[in-house]
Design a protein around this ligand. Structure first.
Ligand code: PEP
Ligand code: MG
Length: 756
């Protein structure tokens, strides 16, 4: 048995680099590379097979086999030893290759006299692009350094293949490394809207330019420094009191920590450097091999961990390159579509708002905090797109369809044209709406309604002027609590409410006190798990049981409204006594402010959301002590019909325009009329044109909605005659059917309604 005189791997790499720098043909380069490797490893044969379109491995160059076989000898993935290496994406080292069960003889290569074989896959991003094989006539077990050296060369070759240096990129389709083909994927629609823009990877991907090291000692030192910086940053993330702000789940962060501290990983990285690679190239090589190994598993948990390792390797590369963790501070294009695996609300707010067009994520859910911010910013967000980050490159064109929950990456021209047309129609409509900005929301027969805005974050405030809303009908104060790391203190709350009132000026603002619990969770506040959180310990129930938080909030509102009007609304009131208790807390805080000599608000009105049907049967006593009510139809519908508002299966099951629900609303309107108290609607229903007309026809004169609802609702109102709609509802509320929608719509259109 011959043992090798393994050449100096670093020297080998340097020669390889020299070959790559020469101006010569791709074939000539490959021919010289195989000769170089064969000489260096004292092998009689060295061959390079590359994966062709269609998944066949083709002999591209050989030293030692029959040259006529080049570009003629082919193997399927899995066929023969070369195919076996490609299929399993791992090296083989066989002193007696012919006794291996997968050995096949290719007569055209004339390889029969060769006994030993060592081969390694050419991997990139965990995908196999080809195989390098060395063979000897004698029985020989190649030593570990030789296998290592071959893997290092394979890594360098992989980069050359991927950059199109060796094979035309068109021949690489099946390897999946081409990121220039259109790619379309469906996920879930999380925030509405459509946008066309350019991909900006939220976590920048480092392109490894330098593969071969000049000074391995220096590379090792760089690696050690970067690994220790990575470990501290991962520790910091795990210990961060609010992981949601970073968008990552605890499970993922724990996996990062585990991998970052895995000594085997560090050993493999160091070994790769000792073969002559730069620290960056070593990270890529080890990552590619690990990924290939993990991706062979069918266990979804392990495949998911491959993702975590990718993230971690990227983080390490960023440490090596001295790059920031996110692209927020980088120079950005004018139409940014952020692409990330996950993202936190504060991270999204770090980006220049004027440039953000959309967000596309591999994770994300409708109730995630990043979704709340995306909606406030008025940009579409699509989530749950598998493999998105892998597929996308910075600068790729991308369409985000927040209505269908789809993304089109590198879209074909006809897709772009179709979406441009859609955007043009939307822009045209926006123009129509913008033209109505200062016009009153009045029907053709003179019925007037106030169109207000639902808001909750400082980033919502510009919408007031943009939409021409009459005021803020619902300010959801829990949102700022949800997207910060800790409970906002009294000053921070006062400052925010002050700012809201400043921006609103003469326009009225209704602040709703904290509506926590259910799907609105504070990361820093522990709530026990409940079987039915939507009907659980939430909103006013928490506030009354633990009044300190509510009193603080009321204090901040009173201070902010000094010398101005203050409207406060309590959420999820189910019985009059709860409202009385909440109002008593407000009175107590007002007294306290007076005793301290503070300037008090000019006027204070206290009202309640009607979200629990029981309150609809308590309106007379309620209105004796409440100044106004606002129907929160999102929760009201879910409790009225016992139908979870977050369950997509039930989304269309019950209709807000059903006779029963409209009768309920009508009863509320009448009770308010009798009590001479005001009534508004602030659920999603208010922002839909047809529903808005129905609400008006029932006597509602105040609607509060998302910013993009105002234009379409105003257009519908200004184009219609209300009297016939009123008459219709007067006679149809006792109908037995599922919904009045179809008839009501037909009638509204008949009387001029433009419903978009
Ligand atoms: C509602 O329930 O209709 C409402 C406006 O409140 P939220 O959507 O914040 O629960
Ligand atoms: Mg609600």
């Amino acid at each position: 048995m011959v043992t090798s005189a393994a050449g100096n791997p670093r020297l080998l790499l340097r020669r390889l680099r020299d070959i790559m720098q020469e101006r010569t043909s791709a074939q000539d380069r490959l021919d010289r590379i195989v000769t170089l490797i064969a000489n260096n490893m004292v092998a009689e044969v060295c061959s390079i097979y590359l994966m062709r379109t269609g998944g066949e491995l083709e002999l591209f160059a050989t030293e030692g086999l029959n040259k006529n076989a080049v570009h003629n000898a082919r193997l399927k993935k899995g066929e023969g030893l070369v195919g076996d290496i490609a299929l399993h994406a791992r090296p083989l080292n066989l002193p007696d290759a012919q006794s291996h069960p997968n050995f096949v003889f290719l007569p055209e290569t004339g390889e029969s006299p060769f006994q030993s074989l060592m081969g390694v896959p050419i991997l990139r991003d965990g995908l196999c692009l080809g195989v390098i094989v060395v063979q000897n006539k004698t029985r020989r077990l190649y030593d570990e350094e030789e296998v290592e050296a071959a893997q290092t060369i394979a890594m360098v070759l992989a980069e050359m293949v991927a950059s199109g240096d060796l094979v035309s990129p068109n021949e690489l389709e099946e390897t999946g490394i081409r990121r220039d083909k259109p790619w379309r994927a469906k996920g879930s629609a999380i925030a509405d809207g459509v946008a066309i823009g350019l991909v900006v990877l939220h976590e920048p991907r480092v392109k490894v330019e330098r593969l071969i090291a000049e000074d391995p000692e220096a590379e090792r030192a760089r690696l050690d420094r970067a690994v220790s910086a990575l470990r501290s940053s991962v520790d910091e993330m795990v210990d961060h009191e609010d992981m949601d702000l970073l968008g990552d789940t605890k499970e993922v962060l724990e996996a990062y920590r585990m991998f970052a501290n895995d000594s085997g990983w560090l050993v493999r990285l160091r070994e790769a450097i000792s073969t002559g690679l730069t620290a960056e190239a070593a990270v890529e090589r080890v990552q590619s091999e690990t990924r290939a190994r993990l991706m062979r598993h069918t266990d979804p948990y392990l495949r998911e961990r491959a993702h975590d390792l990718d993230d971690l390797a990227n983080r390490l590369l960023r440490h090596l390159a001295g790059l920031a963790d996110t692209a927020a501070g980088a120079a950005l294009p004018d139409d940014v579509v952020l692409v990330a695996r996950a993202m936190g609300p504060a991270e999204l707010l770090d980006y220049d708002r004027t440039k953000l067009k959309a967000v596309a994520l591999e994770e994300g859910s409708p109730t995630s905090h990043v979704a709340i911010v995306a909606r406030a910013l008025g940009i579409p967000l699509v989530g749950r797109i598998e493999n998105l980050v892998d597929q996308a490159d910075n600068g790729n064109q991308i369409v985000v369809d927040g209505e269908r929950g789809e993304v089109h990456l590198r879209p074909a021209p006809d897709v772009v044209t179709a979406y441009r047309a859609k955007l043009a129609v939307m822009a045209q409509r926006e123009q129509e709406y913008a033209a109505l900005r200062d016009a009153p929301a009045v029907t053709r027969d003179g019925a007037l309604v106030a169109l207000n805005l639902n808001a909750g974050l400082a980033v919502d405030l510009p919408h007031l002027d943009e939409t021409g809303a009459a005021g803020i009908g619902l300010f959801r104060t829990e949102l700022p609590f949800m997207i910060t790391a800790r409970l906002p203190n009294l000053k921070q709350q006062t400052d925010l409410y002050n700012r809201v009132l400043d921006v609103a000026g003469e326009r009225p603002v209704v602040f709703r006190t904290l509506d926590l619990g259910g799907d609105k969770v504070l990361p820093y506040m522990h709530l026990d798990a409940e079987e039915n959180p939507a009907m659980g310990w939430r909103a006013i129930r928490i506030s009354l049981d633990r009044p300190a938080l509510l009193r603080y909030q009321l204090r901040a509102m009173i201070a902010a409204a000094a010398g101005r009007s203050l409207n406060i609304m309590f959420p999820m009131i189910a019985e009059v006594a709860e409202f009385a208790q909440a109002r008593a807390l407000l009175d107590q805080e007002l007294k306290r402010a007076a005793a301290l000599g503070q300037t008090l608000p000019l006027s204070v009105r206290a009202g309640t959301m009607v979200e629990v049907p029981s309150l609809g049967w308590s309106l007379e006593p309620l209105l004796a002590i409440a100044d106004f009510i606002s129907l929160g139809t999102n929760d009201l519908m879910q409790f009225f019909f016992a139908s979870d508002r977050g369950n997509p299966r039930l989304g269309d099951r019950y209709d807000a325009l059903s006779p029963a629900f409209l009768r309920f609303i009508k009863a509320c309107v009448e009770a308010c009329r009798t009590a001479k108290k005001s009534i508004a609607v602030c659920g999603e229903m208010a922002g839909r044109p047809l529903e808005a007309l129905a609400l008006m026809a029932l006597g509602i004169t105040q609607l509060s909605m998302q910013p993009h609802g105002i234009g379409p609702v105003k257009l519908a109102i200004r184009s219609v005659e209300l009297a016939p709609l009123r008459a219709f509802l007067e006679t149809h509320l006792d109908d037995p059917g599922h919904s009045l929608r179809a008839d009501f719509r037909a009638l509204a259109e008949q009387h001029g309604a433009k419903l978009g």
